[in-house]
Design a protein around this ligand. Structure first.
Ligand code: NMX
Ligand code: MLT
Length: 432
């Protein structure tokens, strides 16, 4: 895979340089003040090849939609869900892999999966009340001792070879994340009774195994989960953070640890735990897990009146139901019967959008990926929702770190936009 990546990468790198040399002075967009003041939405500022988000259709990975990936990517069994290793291959190489490619990649990850003891020591040194995402980000940072890029840089490697040691770091980091995540889970919720990895299992199946879940049903869910959360083009907070930190030539461990502190925010990946927290509070307040539509609507309106967001709804880019939500709904319909939490999630899908539309200012009243994911985990017995964002973080590594190696191939420079005091913007538009 490294050789294939190198072949593809050298072509892309030449194309990047050619475009830069021939067209650097061409204007590609205008920027409004509104865009600057609302989170730089819609300004084409980042080069990301792994996936592209369409506001109405949702995410496509190298051109493939989620339903297409579920059909085309190699699976362990014909009725199962695709292996996330296959999606990583697609994002890195640009082609749908064969079954053999995916198995080789899976084995490659298994051979790289050893986590050094000091990383567990760092986790163990943290108080039990530190959030799983705090432990996860700190553990990734602690693993920077292993960075091959950092050693190569210190040894004076030529910048055209940065991608090589970065590739090794990225592969090692992805391989080790399931072990780190499962360690945190077992430490926090199972009295630190750890389960050793099973190198014969695939990347996602092994994560489920090390967390203590060995049914084929859970492995199937984990494979789907790891595929749909893997990437969401380059501008989301976690991906952009990794890219920005990496632009200082920080190693992938530094960059991904920083990305995870962004994912931990309530407007981003924390929303997947917030959804279950919020629904659990609703069940408790209403004293029923089968609320009427009217009760649910009143609860939603009360949340809004309290100046809070309805978690799992809305999006910075999407303007329709997130296809990642739909994929999970489809999974639930296929494999799960009679589940109170999932019934409420489906009930919310009917009730929330008209309420949010009525508010007026909310650009997207539809559910995002986080509206569904927690209820599936909950169904299979993973009820400790404070952990859910860690699972998002394991998956997101696939896309973000594939882009990270691409950045080195392209020789991306340090990112350094310009800032001004507010008065500068005011004077610019008011013509002073
Ligand atoms: N509930 C209540 N208010 C909302 C919601 C919501 N679900 N979504 C947007 N708004 C508000 C938003 O807070 C803003 O209010 P104000 O002007 O008072 O600051 C206004 O509507 C306009 O926001 P938008 O332009 O529609 O959305 P924006 O791009 O700023 O934010 C999110 C996007 C995703 C941060 C926002 O929709 C949200 O907070 N959703 C709930 C949290 C969530 O589900 N996050 C997960 C996103 C997916 N992920 O995994 O990362
Ligand atoms: C994501 O998956 O990163 C979220 O949907 C947020 C985003 O795309 O901005």
């Amino acid at each position: 895979i490294k050789y294939r990546f190198f072949q593809k990468a050298s072509k892309c790198s030449k194309e990047f340089q050619r475009i830069k040399n021939e067209h650097a002075d061409k204007v590609i967009a205008e920027v409004t003040l509104g865009q600057v003041l609302t989170g730089m939405k819609g300004i084409p500022l980042l080069v990301t090849d792994t996936s592209k988000l369409d506001p109405n259709e949702g995410i496509r990975f190298k051109g493939y939609s989620i339903p297409e990936l579920r059909e085309k990517l190699p699976k362990i069994s014909s009725t199962g869900e695709p292996l996330p290793e296959g999606l990583f291959y697609l994002m890195l190489i640009g082609e749908i892999p064969t079954h053999e490619d995916v198995m080789n990649l899976s084995k490659d990850f298994a051979t790289r999966a050893h986590v050094p003891q000091h990383v567990f020591d760092v986790i163990d040194a943290m108080p039990m009340n530190s959030r799983p995402m705090t432990q996860f980000s700190a553990a990734i940072l602690a693993m920077a001792t292993e960075s091959i890029f950092q050693k190569a840089y210190r040894a004076g490697v030529n910048k055209k070879y940065y991608w090589d040691s970065t590739y090794e770091d990225v592969m090692n980091l992805i391989a080790r994340l399931p072990r780190v995540a499962a360690y945190i889970y077992r430490r926090n919720f199972y009295n630190n009774e750890q389960i050793e990895p099973n190198p014969r299992l695939d990347w996602a199946g092994n994560l489920a195994h090390m967390m203590g879940f060995d049914s084929e049903d859970i492995r199937r869910l984990f494979r789907l989960y790891m595929v749909i959360h893997a990437d969401h083009e380059g501008g989301n907070v976690s991906a952009h953070t990794a890219h920005l930190v990496g632009s200082a030539l920080s190693n992938p461990y530094y960059a991904y640890s920083a990305a995870m502190t962004g994912l931990a925010g309530p407007l981003h990946g924390f929303a997947n735990q917030d959804v279950i927290h919020w629904i659990s509070q609703m069940i408790e307040d209403l004293d029923t897990d089968k609320p009427t539509d009217e009760q649910v609507a009143t609860y939603c309106k009360k949340t809004l009146e309290e100046g809070r967001v309805i978690p799992g709804y809305g999006h910075a880019v999407l303007r329709k139901t997130d296809p990642r939500f739909t994929a999970q709904q489809d999974f639930a319909e296929k494999y799960i019967k009679d589940d109170a939490m999932i019934d409420i999630v489906n009930q919310l899908y009917k009730i929330v959008p008209p309420i949010l539309s009525n508010v007026g200012k909310i650009k997207n009243p539809w559910p995002n990926v986080d509206a569904f994911s927690g209820s599936l985990l909950y169904h299979y017995g993973i009820e400790e929702y404070t952990f859910y964002t860690v699972l998002f973080g394991v998956s997101r590594a696939l896309g973000v770190l594939a882009s990270f190696v691409n950045d080195r191939v392209y020789g991306m420079p340090i990112e350094r936009p310009t800032s001004h005091p507010l008065e500068w913007f005011r004077d610019k538009v008011e013509g002073k």
